[in-house]
Design a protein around this ligand. Structure first.
Ligand code: CP3
Length: 343
């Protein structure tokens, strides 16, 4: 991109003409054109592993909405899948691993995947998508945080109580640290492959960081997020810890350029707490998209006002777009952001 986009300016905390907006899970099941492709492909992972399909799906929301960024269509579980844990997506239930890691011996049996050969499809999708975007919008690459990946790998799938990973953290912390270290180093290499292929920024999704106590968050999640950031080529990094509102000062010192906020945080208070240290991304309640356009517009305006006149705001949801959302509500939100933030 010759002219720096709104997103990249906001990530650098430079002034913008209007607040940039994108949405976590902006490509996906709420779009009929995604569902049609998904039906033909048969499986979600087949779509992720096909650069042409991943590129097409990445661009689908940009064809409909005036979004300020594309996010690569892929998944955080590509890394554990490449580590040989046997990943399936069970309809209605989510991801499932055939070989969950429950013991130190299980963990010591895990090998690092070769990023170029086993995960080369991700960099190929980035390259193709960058070519197709042709400078229209920046492309965000992403990965899961080591703690979030480990949660799926140890539980074997989604969990409400995190019984196995929490027991492992208390009973076998050294084994868990070995797994988290391996995941951090693999993730840094994986994100660097995306950056070298053309990703303009990267986001680390720490979806389950917020389930930890403060000291456990620092030891098992934040330490490895920091290790990833230290290993990255130059590129803006966004860290999204869902439920991390109590730790914004810690997160602002992680090396991240921006923090993603979930909807439980008042973005004005968040800004007071982090000051000029990082940009802030967020944070409309994802359920706002079930409301009518007039309510969506009011809430968008309130969030923009709460953030205030400072540079460094990237509008987003507090978590991903859900499959039940009507696409015209996404349009209402995107347009309201540009309208109410125009300088
Ligand atoms: O944001 C985007 O539009 C880019 C694509 C993207 C997907 N997953 C596509 C997807 C991104 C950034 C992710 C990240 C991801 N994946 C996270 C972190 C963000 C978050 O929501 O907390 C997590 C925890 C996962 C793991 C995962 N992948 C789950 C739990 C599921 C099943 C349930 C669900 O939320 O859909 C997936 C599958 C998945 N990832 C789908 C999509 C479009 C649905 C697959 C399908 O059935 O078609």
């Amino acid at each position: 991109m010759t002219d720096k986009s709104r997103l990249l300016k906001a990530l650098a905390r430079e002034p913008v003409d209007t607040t940039p907006v994108w949405m976590m899970r902006q490509a996906g099941r709420y779009l009929p054109e995604y569902r049609a492709l998904r039906e033909r492909a048969g499986s979600f992972m087949a779509l992720c592993q096909d650069p042409e399909a991943a590129c097409e799906i990445t661009l689908q929301p940009l064809a409909r909405f005036d979004l300020d960024a594309a996010i690569l269509f892929s998944d955080i579980l590509t890394i554990p899948a490449a580590m040989g844990l046997g990943l399936h997506f069970v309809p209605g239930e989510g991801p499932h691993f055939d070989c969950p890691l429950r013991t130190p011996a299980d963990i010591d049996g895990v090998r690092a995947p070769d990023i170029e050969t086993e995960l080369g499809y991700v960099a190929a999708a980035v390259e193709l998508t960058k070519r197709e975007l042709n400078g229209r919008a920046p492309l965000i690459g992403f990965a899961g945080s080591p703690w979030t990946l480990a949660t799926y790998m140890v539980e074997g799938g989604p969990s409400k109580i995190y019984r196995h990973i929490k027991a492992l953290a208390y009973d076998e912390p050294n084994a868990l640290h070995r797994l988290l270290g391996l995941l951090a180093d693999t993730t840094a290499a994986y994100l660097n492959a995306q950056i070298r292929a053309g990703a303009d920024a990267v986001q680390i999704f720490d979806t389950w960081g917020g389930t930890l106590s403060t000291s456990a968050f620092e030891a098992f999640s934040l330490a490895y997020i920091r290790r990833i950031i230290q290993g990255l080529d130059p590129a803006p990094v966004i860290v999204f810890t869902k439920g991390g509102g109590g730790w914004l000062e810690l997160l602002a010192a992680s090396g991240a350029h921006a923090l993603g906020l979930d909807q439980t945080v008042d973005i004005g208070h968040a800004r007071q707490r982090v000051g000029d240290r990082v940009a802030l991304q967020g944070n409309a309640d994802p359920a706002l998209l079930y409301a009518r356009p007039d309510a969506i517009r009011r809430e968008v305006r309130a969030i923009i006002r709460r953030y205030g006149e400072h540079p460094g705001h990237i509008f987003n949801l507090g978590h991903g777009v859900t499959p039940e959302v009507e696409p015209d509500r996404v349009a209402a939100l995107v347009d309201a952001v540009h309208e109410y933030s125009a300088r």
